[in-house]
Design a protein around this ligand. Structure first.
Ligand code: TRP
Length: 340
């Protein structure tokens, strides 16, 4: 291949950006719903993944907790398969361009459109004593994350789609006001990934905040804790292992098993035809233990050497910065700032 074609090929590679907040403790739901698939994206895309630590302070958090959550999540991203050689993995707060672009974009975001954000309304209701401006500005910072890297594709949970839409509005407004500056990103709700519900209440999402929630399996839970949680998982009426609206508990467990085994829910149903609930739950638990074992092992190695972990953060941030500052400079110039 000559250099010219190689360049066009490289230019055609689409870019993926996503981020995850270091709040709570990542669950099997986070893993099977999103994180598990992020590593493989590097085959097809230029991929960047950030720990959105700046987003974590819109809700009150202790310094110690923020620090530990951040290191844990960064190490976990690598442990689930995001190879730092083939991807850019970094902390949002290490690339100052995020906060800077957020300020600039604030001026192209209407109060009215930000006020409509469902997450803002929900979080305001939950903590009426701490409805701070950061909470309101959260989606604009998220827009800055995405637009800095000229991302084409943004994998998100469906609750974040509204924020990606806002990001697109901001990008369009800016591009129209000046000239094409930002790539128009597309939000993608992962269809491969499973939607996993609480083992204690299969109508609620598997939460990552409640530390000793019996309904949440954490990625870093030990095998015996994982087994105990699955054995105690709520089931439904009847005794047949099959998916259906009348069987939210069993359906959820089938989804867990299918996602772990890389098969469809229908295939999982077949595998457990004739099995009783107790045997089924044990088998799902064992699959979870085995699926998470290599992740935990890689994680423990990464956490054993803090210096090496910080080095990985540093090199990720340096790679991210190169892209981010190119965009940020462009934005400053277009608005009319005097640059040195
Ligand atoms: N707000 C996202 C969430 O809660 C996390 C996030 C921050 C994000 N910045 C992002 C996701 C940029 C995608 C792109 O899940």
């Amino acid at each position: 291949m000559d250099v010219q074609t190689q360049q066009t090929d490289n230019e055609k590679r689409k870019r993926v950006f996503s981020a995850i907040k270091p709040t709570g403790n990542p669950t099997l739901g986070n893993y099977l719903g999103a994180m598990k698939y992020w590593g493989g994206m590097a085959d097809e895309y230029d991929s960047l993944f950030a720990v959105a630590d700046l987003h974590a302070i819109t809700v009150a958090i202790e310094p110690k907790e923020l620090r530990e959550n951040t290191k844990r999540l960064f190490a976990l991203l690598i442990a689930v398969g995001i190879d730092p050689e083939r991807n850019v993995v970094f902390l949002q707060s290490h690339v100052r361009a995020h906060a800077e672009l957020c300020w600039l974009l604030n001026n192209y975001t209407m109060f009215g459109e930000a006020r409509r954000m469902t997450q803002f309304k929900e979080k305001s209701q939950k903590a009426p004593e701490n409805v701070n401006v950061g909470l309101f500005d959260y989606p604009v910072l998220m827009a800055a994350d995405i637009l800095l890297y000229q991302a084409d594709i943004v994998p998100v949970g469906d609750d974040q789609m509204q924020h990606v839409e806002l990001c697109r509005n901001i990008a369009e407004r800016f591009n129209n006001r000046y000239s094409p500056t930002f790539t128009m990103p597309v939000g993608k709700v992962n269809k491969v990934g499973a939607r996993i519900y609480s083992l204690a209440d299969p109508t609620a999402k598997m939460g990552k905040s409640n530390a000793d929630d019996a309904g949440s399996v954490f990625i870093l839970d030990t095998p015996d804790v994982i087994m105990r949680k699955f054995k105690r998982a709520v089931t439904d009426c009847g005794s047949e292992v099959r998916a259906g609206k009348d069987k939210p508990g069993i359906t959820n467990l089938l989804a867990v098993y299918a996602a772990l085994a890389g098969i469809t829910v229908a295939q999982a149903e077949k595998e457990f035809a004739g099995s009783d609930y107790a045997t089924f739950k044990t088998r799902v638990g064992e699959a979870a233990v085995e699926g998470l074992r290599p992740v935990r092992e890689r994680y423990e190695k990464l956490r054993a050497d803090d210096g090496a972990l910080l080095e990985l953060m540093r090199s990720g941030a340096q790679k991210a910065e190169r892209i981010a500052y190119r965009t940020l400079e462009k934005v400053y110039k277009k608005i009319g700032f005097v640059r040195l």
